[in-house]
Design a protein around this ligand. Sequence first.
Ligand SMILES: NC(=O)c1ccc[n+]([C@@H]2O[C@H](COP(=O)([O-])OP(=O)(O)OC[C@H]3O[C@@H](n4cnc5c(N)ncnc54)[C@H](O)[C@@H]3O)[C@@H](O)[C@H]2O)c1
Length: 553
Amino acid sequence: MDLRPPADAIAITGFMGTGKTTVARIVAERLGLDVVDTDELIEANAGTPIPAIFAADGEEYFRDLESAALAQALGRGRAVISTGGGMLLRPSNLEALRRAGPIVCLTASPDAIMRRVGADDSRPLLQVADPAGRIAELLAERQHAYAQADAHVDSTELPAEQVAAEVLGLLADDPRARWLTGARTTIPVTLPDARYAITVGAGVLDEVGALCPPRERGVRAALVTTDRIAALLADGTMAALRACGWEPHPMVVPDGEASKSLVVLGELYEQMAAAGLDRGSTVFALGGGVVGDLAGFAAATWMRGIDLIHLPTTLLAQVDSSIGGKTAIDLSGGKNLVGAFHQPVAVVGDVGTLTTLPPEELRSGLGEIIKHACCFDGAMFEFLERRAGTGLVDDPPALEYLVSRNCQIKAGVVEQDPHEHGVRAVLNYGHTVGHALERAAAGWSLRHGEVVGTGIVAESRLAAWLGVSDEETALRQERLVAAWGLPTCVSGIDEDAALAALARDKKIVSGRLRLPLVPEVGSFRIVEDVSIDLVRRAVRSVLAQGRRQDARR
Ligand SMILES: NC(=O)c1ccc[n+]([C@@H]2O[C@H](COP(=O)([O-])OP(=O)(O)OC[C@H]3O[C@@H](n4cnc5c(N)ncnc54)[C@H](O)[C@@H]3O)[C@@H](O)[C@H]2O)c1
């Protein structure tokens, strides 16, 4: 499935009398967007009706005003833009609209157009002796421009409501407009021993029961969550599951990383036993990566493995930890030391749940998103550059796009390498340095996504030192990390501790390691045989930058 950044505008264009203005209003209303009519904008700017502009200054001058009005409309934020019938005649207008989003052209037969506007004296181009002949002439002249639109809807026989419904149907299938129509995204994951679907959308948690695979083996279930998440989401999720015949038992663990422990796992097993969970039961993990890892490991080990359904509620869990089948708990000796690969039977990611997520948790998820953009998707990288500093949670289409596209990227890598023997190493971009910093920070006080951001900065520099990329590619990544409020350097971490933590990296063999690096934004290369000395230099560079930053404060 082709998933691209959300459109900034949807253009409704076409010849006069095809119903552009009315249809654009209906489409905008259905999508909850503003509508901008460029002809109205021209008249408002000029303070004169269009026929008077034509009469006084001619068509070429009007076309200049039209281009200016288009630039103004595109600068107003996401909207449906209803254009004048000649808008596409100028290639620069066509290009600007194309960059912004899909262009839908309404058409109608010459007879229908004649019936609708032939006698309209506000149409300057039709003030001739033979308006029908003029319509035919103009249609022929403009045919080439209208053919450039992405989609066409014939309004000859249809009322405006129906034309709008057809336009909305086309938009739901468009890779850039689908996010505006509320269309949910289903990403299939096919592994040698498992198949499941990731469903992403706003409000999908309310339909969780229907989105789960058929309950062939039993209806009893554990709904594992934390106290904090339970207060926000457990009641609704329990009700949605019950409505579809599940018998969910809420199992609440304390919030935070400390719950990924043998003690909490033991308590969870006791609750599962008390609820009578058997081999046909299902574990639902409602929460962030902590719940996913803990409940996932419980599901992987309960009666040698029962069904697991992830209901991720943090950005990090939606774009990363719920996909791929890794489950784990921590020991005092380190994070994720005890674990298992256990693929879920479904993942339901409701982007609506992210509206209550604290900003620092949202930023943490963005670390992994930036990593995916660096390695896989230049268009997503550019989207993140454009959108830097804006509130994502206020923009459901942007969130739906980011979550869906990142699920698709991670699922694609996992499909190629389910057990992390090869290409999945690319997902470690930014993580070699990131993990060393994370381990060196006392008590894991840094958020995972934050250290990934710093790791990306360090490893992008390393790529430039090696000549794998140029300096600008490294700087672009650093600017993006900074633009989303993630740290580009760290302070308060002891250099010796960071280097000692780096030395414990399992990837190091005889002082060298394999690293995924980014030659150009949107692509990656696994570079063999990187000297650990160079990685040390990368770690030192972000620590030194942190010290300089502290000194300036
Ligand atoms: N299995 C994997 O492949 C994988 C990958 C990456 C990270 N992880 C693990 O994930 C964990 C980190 O996950 P995380 O960042 O999601 O942390 P988390 O699960 O601790 O959640 C962060 C905080 O957000 C709160 N929260 C969750 N959903 C919320 C919502 N909708 N509204 C308001 N608050 C909400 C939680 O209560 C918690 O306080 C780590 O343990 C890490 O090891 C696992």
